[in-house]
Design a protein around this ligand. Structure first.
Ligand code: UD1
Length: 369
């Protein structure tokens, strides 16, 4: 007789919430397990964490580790120390981690040492760029997890190339798109474009928070040069990440930003307001990972302000163009998209709103061999 499983889900930072919420719901529906939610506290501001619980209808965390900010080593170590205690007390059959943030890797290491099976949602993505802290997190997490839930064939291939046993790889599709499709009507009804002073279809959305883009004043200054030109042609709405806001102050960029009359800055937005904004935009400019996927699912052209992507399917099949950080290239690609020549793309296979159901089935049937 099969026993009821005990599952611990981990969230820590903003991009985790929309990945874990549908998985929890699918497990609830499938009814084969008792589960708990652990929040590491990597993100802690209302706008970076709490608002997502309300917007996504997610249960409040059962356990909060209160880790907060710090250097990579500090943050990772604090999560490891606290999450180890939780595992020893709760004795889960499976831990579920998502994405590529420090909390993800820290919990995967704990599980490996305690021999607790760990499932990684969004496994197999690689940018092949070790300058990104997330790439380190992705490699370590995937090396240590035994249930690798991939969103796309490139993920499977990367894992195979690294010697991952075939029976550990499960292509389930993109769980973030489950959340997007489920919330799109509600998000459009928020009227967030009007609230930010722009008209549907007549603005761009910008996000910027990668250390490689915002921590170096020359790079950030170059990006501001490009934005100054683009906003003359199309208004831009820019919800500003706390890291980026700090850098603007530190580098004395406030007046340059304020001089751009059609660049509207706002606080980070909740899930529904942000999806309301992106889904009705003409163009998306970003260095985020998730937003490259969301713009592909929405069919809106996306310019990725980075030199590479760990999500190549958004380029080969979707609406994404990896444009780099050269201001002239960014402006010229943006103008092409504004003139209606942006990529149309198509939605990749298994980005169909049912990834979380497939994950629930994998977790239900999984046994360590
Ligand atoms: C983290 C993830 C990144 C993800 C991003 C989404 C890692 C290595 N990075 O980057 O992959 O794309 O989250 O936002 O895990 N801060 C606040 N309030 C908060 C959280 C952070 O003010 O609620 C400030 C703090 O000054 C902190 C800084 O932002 O030091 C950076 O936060 P941190 O969690 O270290 O990394 P992110 O840049 O948010």
């Amino acid at each position: 007789m099969s026993q009821r499983k005990k599952i611990l889900h981990v969230v820590g930072a903003r991009p985790n919430f929309m990945k874990i919420a549908p998985v929890m719901r699918a497990i609830e529906r499938a009814g084969f397990a008792d589960h708990m939610l652990v929040h590491t506290g990597q993100h802690y501001d209302f706008s970076m964490s709490d608002v997502f619980f309300t917007d996504l209808g997610m249960p409040r965390p059962d356990i909060h580790l209160g880790v907060g900010s710090g250097s990579h080593a500090e943050q990772t170590a604090k999560v490891m120390v606290e999450f180890e205690k939780v595992c020893l007390e709760q004795k889960p059959d499976i831990v579920v981690v998502a994405g590529d943030v420090n909390s993800t890797m820290a919990c995967a290491i704990d599980c490996a040492k305690l021999r607790i099976p760990c499932a990684h949602v969004e496994a197999g993505l690689r940018s092949f760029d070790l300058d990104m802290p997330e790439e380190v997190n992705r490699i370590v997490t995937d090396r240590l997890c035994e249930i690798l839930l991939t969103p796309s064939p490139d993920g499977d291939e990367n894992l195979r190339r690294e010697g991952t046993p075939e029976e550990w790889i499960f292509r389930v599709g993109n769980v973030m798109i489950d959340t997007l499709l489920a919330h799109l009507p509600k998000a459009k009804a928020t009227g967030s474009p009007a609230g930010l002073g722009v008209e549907p279809g007549c603005y761009a959305v910008l996000t910027l928070h990668r250390p490689s883009n915002v921590d170096d004043p020359r790079v950030l200054g170059g990006l501001l040069d490009a934005l100054a030109q683009i906003q003359r042609v199309l208004p831009i709405v820019f919800p500003v990440h706390p890291r980026t806001r700090k850098r603007f102050e530190e580098f004395g960029f406030g007046p340059r930003v304020a001089a751009m009359k059609a660049l509207t800055l706002c606080e980070p937005l909740g899930y529904l307001d942000f999806l309301g904004l992106t889904s009705q935009s003409k163009l998306i400019l970003t260095d985020s990972g998730g937003l490259q996927e969301e713009s592909t699912a929405l069919g809106i052209p996306c310019l990725t302000l980075r030199e590479n992507t760990e999500r190549p399917i958004t380029v080969t099949q979707g609406t994404n163009t990896v444009v780099g950080r050269d201001p002239a290239a960014i402006v010229s690609e943006a103008k092409r998209a504004i003139d209606g020549h942006g990529k149309a793309g198509r939605t990749p296979e298994l980005w169909d709103g049912k990834a979380s159901e497939r994950i629930a089935r994998v977790l239900r049937d999984w046994h360590r061999r």
